[in-house]
Design a protein around this ligand. Structure first.
Ligand SMILES: [Zn+2]
Length: 234
């Protein structure tokens, strides 16, 4: 975050952030909160996506977008299940950046999300066919032995507490990497083909969640997860 740019934008909007020193001190924070109130944004003193957009339109200039929020090159999150049994193993850790087990415990993968900014050097987490560049892969460790038709969740079905931890860790990742929660940017593996038109091989993760008696359509389950992610971000 380039706070000097934030201070300049606040100043242009008529709020006094104090000197343009690039430090998020009390005066700058107070001006930011006043600015947020004036735009009907939640007055939290944090430059989240909505406040960021409002600051941009306050005259900061689109060409300065990158310096305000350095582009990480990570633009989407793909949600999976591992089709594994209990116990996060090294193979799973190499394929996903974050894994949540059935007790809701969060495990970091072997590689950081930044490894997928570019996949040219071969050091990246391979989780989605032809769509690993720019994609953070997050998985629920579950569904070993599950069958789509006739539906059988197997011995390791996704659990409620797993979904809660999974959606809350994704909300955090969205905030960290400035990824908006939309159908194009936070989506299940099963949605990649219908939504982004990138062919996958019969992937049905994630089309079933606890409480459903059979898998739903990719979009309806994706929307449900996005709803939970948005709620977790509040
Ligand atoms: Zn998958």
């Amino acid at each position: 975050m380039d706070w000097m740019k934030v201070q300049q934008a606040l100043d242009k909007s008529g709020f006094d952030p104090g000197p343009f020193d690039g430090i998020a001190g009390p005066k700058t924070k107070a001006a930011l909160i006043q600015f947020q109130r004036s735009r009907k944004l939640s007055p939290d003193g944090i430059v989240g996506p909505l406040t960021h957009k409002a600051l941009l339109t306050a005259g900061i200039g689109a060409d300065n977008y990158e310096s305000l929020h350095p582009e990480t090159g990570l633009s989407r999150i793909i949600m999976h299940w591992t089709a594994g049994a209990d116990g996060v193993n090294d193979l799973e850790r190499s394929h996903y950046h974050v894994i949540v087990d059935r007790l809701g415990k969060v495990f970091m993968g072997a590689l950081k999300p930044e490894a997928n900014e570019s996949c040219r050097n071969g050091q990246y987490a391979a989780h989605t066919r032809a769509l690993n560049t720019g994609s953070i892969g997050v998985a629920m460790d579950a569904m070993a032995g599950a069958k789509e038709r006739p539906f059988d969740p197997g011995k390791y079905p996704i659990t409620e507490m797993q979904v809660t931890a999974f959606t809350s860790v994704i909300a955090d990742l969205c905030e960290t990497y400035k990824i908006p929660v939309t159908r194009q940017t936070v989506l299940t593996h099963a949605e990649v083909q219908p939504t982004l038109k990138i062919r996958q091989r019969n992937k049905w993760d994630i089309t079933w969640l606890p409480g459903m008696d059979r898998p739903g359509t990719p979009l309806e389950v994706g929307d449900k997860l996005r709803g939970l992610i948005k709620a977790a971000a509040l």
